[in-house]
Write a protein that binds this ligand. Structure first.
Ligand code: AHR
Length: 496
């Protein structure tokens, strides 16, 4: 049994947790967009909101989805937005991550905006720098955002939206070091400048996202664009983090369990290191450049033809994988880091929203179920927009071969009171936690996500294997509380 004390530091506010840190990502890849989100008029047996799958949209409404990135990913650098508007839409080769499919473009700009409206999500569009042009991307911005009576504005109006969509966030390419054109950082940095200059003319209020990678690329990109006038062309710098060292999706060992959590934990360090590079590049400039972790999550070997342990990958590759309780714990670990970094991390998008990779929602024919990661995200709802507070860990038991405490937590404060999310990362030991949190008079709600095994999953046949349950919280003195947490579990307590 682990004994831990946690102390919420109300006296050391970190910063506001932007709702944008809880963004999602929908790519035209596998069954994410087509089949997962969009069924058009193909499936009369599945109810829809004008072609958007009702069961999926309704499930997603139970989560915070404040931000949604689309249409890729690698798909974005082949995507021609005009293919997805109007009544005559061409069928193209849908290409991403080595897949080639028939893509009828029935889910286009207007359908995506309708989805965002249903979910209350802010749209984030990834532009095509790979096979497109600066003019094509400028036209998409104008089509979406202009209120001036231009031909593109009238076309948008004729297609059903007189009002501008008001899209703020625009990605200038995606992974342009690889699938987005195999650029080197210097040539991408120069090309970025040209695109960003033109885009700013069309919409001076657009927030532009430049593509980063690992340290070497990031430093080189920033060096090439180190002139303050050039740095000001960038509002966010995109980095991606997939956790790929956790072994098999289901049949992982204890060591691999910890390996995956360590990778999730390391995401914070990557964000913080990248923020340091940006800080150095900006020097005394008052311009702000945030970090956009616009793809993150678990990518198991079964769902990829590359990387470690992938000998047994499924054929054909569908980019679908089992989402276990372990993956949900990894989500909680990562979100702790996001809260710590909320002053420099300006947005984040879990990859991907339905069916593909680290999906919170899955479908199979007419069936729909949610994964343990769905509940891990749901447990964090009260943190959105709140003030992040550090949590000191005392008396902790460390994880095997590591100095990371087995029990960790994140806290926040909003007008309703304090919320604390506690994670027991241990593979097989229960934890008894003594929690001290200032100004906590009563428990408003307390929920626990746990399962008998870290390998537990939900499925079409057993959709409720892993779900939330009530957590017992005992008062232990003024502002002092005690909870018991099973191994590999996550819990949230909201106090008034
Ligand atoms: O999310 C799947 C793929 O991963 C995306 O298309 C690409 O950006 C990344 O490599």
């Amino acid at each position: 049994m682990i004994e831990t004390t946690l102390t919420v530091r109300g006296d050391q506010p970190i910063g506001t947790i932007s709702p944008r840190l809880y963004g999602h990502f929908a790519e035209h890849l596998g069954r994410c967009c087509y089949d997962g989100l969009w069924i058009g008029n193909q499936r009369t047996d599945i109810p829809s909101y004008g072609g958007l799958r009702k069961d999926v949209v309704d499930a997603l409404k139970g989560l915070p989805v404040p931000l949604l990135r689309w249409p890729g990913g690698c798909y974005a650098d082949h995507y021609h937005w005009r293919d997805g508007i109007g009544s005559q839409r061409p069928t193209r080769l849908g290409m991403s991550c080595g897949l080639q499919v028939e893509d009828d473009n029935s889910l286009g700009t207007h359908e995506f905006m309708a989805l965002c409206r249903l979910l209350g999500a802010e749209p984030y569009l990834a532009g095509n720098m790979g096979s497109g042009s600066a003019q094509e991307l400028c036209d998409w911005v104008e089509y979406c955002n202009t209120a001036v009576n231009t031909t593109l504005m009238r076309e948008r109006s004729a297609n059903g939206s007189r009002d501008p969509f008001g899209v703020k966030l625009w990605g200038v390419g995606n992974e342009n070091w690889g699938c987005g054109g195999n650029y080197d950082p210097e040539s991408y940095a120069r090309e970025y400048r040209r695109y960003a200059t033109m885009l700013r003319h069309v919409d001076p209020g657009a927030e532009l996202v430049a593509c980063g990678q690992e340290d070497e690329w990031n430093l080189q990109f920033l060096k090439t664009n180190s002139n303050p006038r050039h740095l000001e062309l960038m509002d966010h710098f995109s980095i991606h983090r997939y956790w790929i060292h956790g072994g098999p999706e289901l049949d992982f060992s204890e060591q691999q369990y910890y390996g995956l959590l360590a990778e999730a934990d390391e995401t914070e360090e990557f964000v913080s290191r990248t923020a340091g590079f940006i800080r150095d590049a900006l020097g005394s400039s008052t311009h702000k450049v945030g970090i956009a972790l616009d793809e993150w999550g678990v990518w198991h070997p079964e769902a990829r033809p590359w990387g470690p342990d992938n000998e047994g990958h499924r054929e054909p590759i569908t980019y679908e994988q089992a989402g276990t309780m372990r993956d949900a714990v990894a989500v909680a670990v990562a979100l702790e880091g996001f809260h710590h970094q909320c002053k420099v991390l300006t947005l984040a998008n879990l990859a991907q929203i339905v069916n593909v990779l680290h999906a919170p929602v899955m479908t199979d024919g007419a069936s729909m179920w949610v994964t343990p990661s769905y509940y891990a995200l749901q447990l964090h709802t009260a943190h959105l927009g709140a003030m992040a507070l550090p949590v000191d860990v005392g008396h902790g038991t460390s994880l095997p071969n590591s100095d990371t405490s087995a029990v960790t937590a994140t806290a926040s404060l909003n007008a309703g009171g304090t919320t604390v999310t506690v994670t027991n990362r241990h593979y097989d030991q229960q934890a008894s936690v003594s929690l001290s949190a200032p100004n906590t008079r009563a428990v408003k709600s307390a929920q626990l996500l746990s399962a008998d095994s870290p390998r537990a999953v939900n499925s079409a046949q057993q959709p409720h294997q892993v779900k939330l349950a009530a957590l017992q919280v005992d008062a232990d003195g003024a502002d002092q509380w005690r909870i018991e947490l099973p191994p590999h579990s996550v819990a949230t307590i909201q106090f008034t």
